[in-house]
Design a protein around this ligand. Structure first.
Ligand SMILES: [Zn+2]
Length: 519
């Protein structure tokens, strides 16, 4: 089994993503996660670029890492400047890392049009910078910027840029598709030529502007590259960098090329989600391998097939990357996925019975109104009870009123007044809370306690709101999901309405009814 060197650039290139900004403590947390996972190199930023990066390097240099080498990143010296006088190059040394990465131009067009210097001076810039850093005792990665574009337009010059890097003692040379527009066969052919010619660690750094970054990275490995640069979740400017969360399982499980220990690969999904949490970016539900939907089976026939043999619709066992199989209970849900839950209510019902069809029809009707029962199993059970005629409401709402007062005082800004009826007896109560839903929740439970003391055991543990069909902003529906717990069990319920208080009320009633119907 061939080994691969993983080079993570989440903290450098990934931090260029729109909407992502890491604090110093975010960066330290990410280093710890990547080190624990077993990444070989962590490109952590440019100590000369801003005080935040310098502060980060000052803290991180005092920590010892188990598996990873930190890399400080910067450019070659400027044109017509002596390398030892170049501020950028000397700032690289301030990070005191064993490894540094230096980027230089490999595309003649960029040298003349963007840097506006001569082709020879660019070669000197690369040589001088690497030679200088080697003399300072550094291990050097040379990032050959725009290498593939450069190779296509002027192969001799592109090869010269990496030849001088090699001659200057670069420990590894990384070929970059900086614009992200290459195709896999181009990447394969060009990488192969470089691998055959140079006897050092060759890497690939691919951007995703044409959606090929993962494919291109894998093709480079097929051609002999051993270092793969990328970011967690594919974060990066424009369309992002090559996504390591896709590349690594592909190499390890599909190509038989080892990236990390198998037990570490089982933490990949958690790694992806933790980093998206730190980045404050919603996780991509459709991400291969690590997305919430990666192993979720919806269409009836599919979930039926997966229940018979998981190979039918799964590319790997989800546990290998720490993800899980989800059988979705949807409008087209397979009866076999649903029947397990129906049987908890009534064990005599089988998948072909009329009752099952009735429940499926009801599910379909509710889904067309915006309900979604994955993640709202409490409401699903109540829906089954209702459809089977086994549901008896524990109380009836007569009316409620909610008042919001701003500014809030001591986290209280709302009050609710509620009138309910249980077996012909009316009860009126009021409560205050942090937000209208909190006040309403307290008021209704206070009203019910006299009749049902067990509602004291339950509390609301999570509350999520999502706007549906957000295109028609004024008439948009909201879906509220409430999670409740009584210490023994956690259950989730759902409400959908054009009014957020109404949607919350529906979910709240289900939450209480679920608890009271448990008996
Ligand atoms: Zn890049």
């Amino acid at each position: 089994m061939k080994n691969i060197v993983i080079y993570d650039s989440t903290l450098r290139d990934g931090a260029q993503s729109q909407g992502i900004s890491f604090t110093v403590s975010d960066k330290i947390k990410i280093v710890e996660l990547l080190d624990d996972f077993g990444v070989d190199y962590i490109e952590a930023g440019n100590p000369g670029s801003n005080p935040k990066d310098m502060e980060f390097f000052d803290i991180i240099k005092r920590k010892s890492l188990k598996n990873s080498k930190l890399i400080a990143f910067g450019s070659t010296r400027r044109a017509n400047t002596a390398v030892e006088k170049d501020a950028n190059v000397s700032s690289l040394l301030l990070a005191e890392t064993e490894y540094v990465a230096v980027f230089g131009k490999s595309w003649d067009f960029h040298v003349s049009e963007i840097l506006r210097t001569t082709l020879d001076e660019n070669l000197n810039m690369i040589y001088d910078t690497i030679n200088y850093l080697k003399k300072q005792g550094k291990k050097v990665v040379f990032d050959a910027e725009h290498f593939y574009d450069g190779f296509i337009e002027n192969p001799d010059y592109a090869l010269k840029t990496i030849q001088v890097a090699y001659d200057a003692g670069s420990d590894s040379i990384c070929l970059c598709d900086t614009k992200g527009g290459m195709f896999p066969t181009e990447i394969y052919d060009i990488t192969k030529k470089v691998v055959d010619k140079f006897d050092c660690e060759i890497g690939i750094h691919a951007h995703n502007d044409n959606g090929m970054a993962v494919a291109n990275s894998i093709m480079a490995v097929e051609a002999g590259a051993v270092q793969v640069q990328g970011t967690i979740n594919g974060y990066g400017e424009r369309c992002g960098n090559a996504n390591l969360c896709t590349i690594l399982p592909n190499l390890q499980f599909k190509k038989g090329i080892k990236c990390v220990e198998d037990d570490k690969m089982r933490e990949l999904t958690v790694l992806s989600r933790r980093i998206s949490e730190i980045a404050n970016a919603a996780p991509d539900e459709r991400a291969p391998y690590v997305g919430r939907n990666a192993f979720a089976h919806k269409a009836g026939m599919h979930s039926d097939a997966v229940c018979k043999n998981t190979r039918s619709y799964e590319i790997i066992d989800p546990e290998l990357v720490g993800n899980e199989r989800v059988l979705l209970l949807s409008e087209v849900a397979g009866r076999s996925a649903l029947i397990g839950i129906v049987n908890e209510v009534d064990p005599t019902i089988d998948r072909d019975s009329d009752k099952t069809k009735e429940i499926l029809d009801k599910l379909k009707e509710m889904e067309s109104k915006g309900y979604k029962y994955e993640g709202a199993e409490g409401s699903l059970k109540l829906l089954i009870l209702k459809t089977l005629g086994l549901y008896k409401p524990s109380f009836r709402l007569i009316e409620f009123k909610v008042i919001v007062n701003e500014p809030s005082v001591d986290d209280v800004n709302s009050s609710a007044l509620i009138k309910i009826e249980v077996d012909g007896q009316e009860e009126i109560t009021a409560a205050e809370g942090d937000g209208p839903v909190n006040a309403l929740d307290k008021a209704v439970r206070k009203a019910l306690e006299r009749f049902y003391p067990e509602v004291k055991e339950m509390k609301l543990t999570d509350y999520k709101v999502r706007v549906l069909d957000s295109n028609s902003a004024t008439a948009a529906k909201v879906r509220v999901i409430i999670e409740s717990s009584d210490g023994n069990e956690i259950w989730s319920t759902i409400g959908v309405s054009t009014d957020i208080i109404d949607a919350s009320w529906i979910a709240l009633v289900d939450s209480i009814e679920y608890k009271l119907n448990k008996k």
